[in-house]
Write a protein that binds this ligand. Structure first.
Ligand SMILES: *Cc1c(COP(=O)(O)O)cnc(C)c1O
Length: 382
């Protein structure tokens, strides 16, 4: 299909001459709740919206407890710590992700091992992990070790790419079998369900992001999802400077972090969450419109959710026929008012991670060379 026809279609779909990739939409109680924060002076670390936002998200995703953070990256950092990851451990993850996943495990001094993604999800592949483990790992005294490096393989952190759920039930089984903790990077997948269960609730801990470009935003922010009450209580403690509650004393029993989301951000989050189903419906409608539009195009494949799941379609994506077509398409669309982006550079191609072990990454390389994200902002009904 001619690129001009595509940009015209997208401008028409969004009813705009210049179409951004993904921008936030405020259509509900945002101003009201923000004003409440200002009127009551509770803009910072104390206030009712923090507790409410945690309760509301936990209820929406169907987990026992949720704990806010100042960013999704922080949420991943603390999640991996709470999963028991320590310096010089290895963490299995996908090379096709946003840098935050790898940064978070690096803060602890752990090392990523890059496992390939599945062709039908663009996310972490349980079958690739199984092959890698069978070849390279062994269980010693109830823990998993990499036979080549001698390091402990403590955790696995899959990422639900663009909101499309990975095969998380298979992965959970495999992790249990190999004594590996499962932490989900669900930063892109609030509103995405796998077999009716919300992403981020399958593993020991799941992490969400509320950055400005995500499905709902708090300006900046993140959250950890728990089914273990005790672990959630501990997470709250260490993300709030590990202060022992007392009316006036400053006593702390652990190295703590100042990772608590301010009330003013949580207020925004509460208002955004009230409309999440409308946002997800709109993104899914956009995805279906793209899917129909590209249906019979032999050179451009719209990436659709697999059966058995509901993707939030946070960012719609197409797979071009080769790398050259990817570059041409990016150039044409960005020159002509339609903002598009390639998928991330593979983590194992970045200088910090280029010496990390990987399994060949055939599918990840295929996608890195071909995937382009299309404009995906929530469309307000005019
Ligand atoms: C957005 C995102 C995060 C978290 O980002 P923050 O900006 O720190 O909230 C983590 N992982 C992935 C895959 C993301 O897309």
């Amino acid at each position: 299909m001619e690129f001009k026809k595509i940009t015209d279609f997208i401008k028409d779909l969004f009813q705009e001459e210049r179409v951004p990739l993904s921008v936030p939409v405020f259509m509900g109680n945002e101003k009201k709740y923000l004003n409440e924060c200002i009127d009551t002076t509770f803009v910072s670390s104390v206030g009712q919206f923090v507790d409410r936002f945690e309760k509301d998200v936990a209820e929406y995703v169907g987990c026992k407890r949720a704990v806010v953070c100042v960013s999704g990256t922080n949420a991943l950092h603390i999640s991996l710590m709470l999963a028991g990851v320590e310096r010089d451990d290895e963490v299995l993850t996908q090379p096709l992700t946003f840098i935050a996943t790898c940064n978070a495990l690096s803060y602890i001094g752990a090392h990523p091992v890059f496992i390939d993604v599945d062709m039908d999800t663009m996310g972490f592949s349980p079958s690739a992990m199984k092959s890698w483990l069978e070849k390279n790992a062994e269980i010693r005294k109830g823990e998993c070790f990499n036979k080549n490096t001698g390091r402990r393989v403590k955790a696995c952190i899959p990422m639900h790419t663009f909101g499309i759920p990975v095969k998380i039930d298979k992965l959970a089984e495999l992790c249990a079998e190999w004594h590996i903790e499962l932490v989900e990077d669900a930063a892109e997948s609030i509103g995405s369900f796998y077999k009716g269960k919300h992403t981020g609730t399958f593993g020991k801990i799941g992490a969400l992001s509320f950055n400005g470009n995500k499905t709902i935003t708090t300006g900046g922010g993140g959250m950890m999802l728990f089914n273990d009450e005790e672990l959630a209580t501990y997470a709250k403690h260490i993300t709030t400077q590990a202060k022992i509650p007392h009316r006036w004393e400053f006593k702390h029993d652990h190295i703590g972090y100042n990772y608590r989301m301010p009330n003013i951000n949580a207020a925004l989050g509460c208002a955004q969450l009230e409309n999440i189903e409308r946002y997800v419906d709109s993104k899914r409608e956009t995805a279906h419109a793209y899917a129909d539009f590209f249906r019979n195009d032999p050179n451009i494949q719209f990436f659709e959710e697999p059966a058995d799941c509901r993707s939030n379609y946070w960012l719609s994506a197409v797979v071009m026929k080769d790398h050259e077509a990817q570059l041409e398409f990016l150039e044409y669309t960005n020159d002509n008012g339609v903002m598009t982006r390639p998928i991330w550079e593979l983590m194992n191609r970045l200088p910090m991670f280029e010496n990390c072990e990987n399994d060949g990454l055939k599918n990840a390389i295929y996608f890195a060379d071909r995937v382009v994200n299309l404009p995906s902002s929530v469309r307000l009904k005019k």
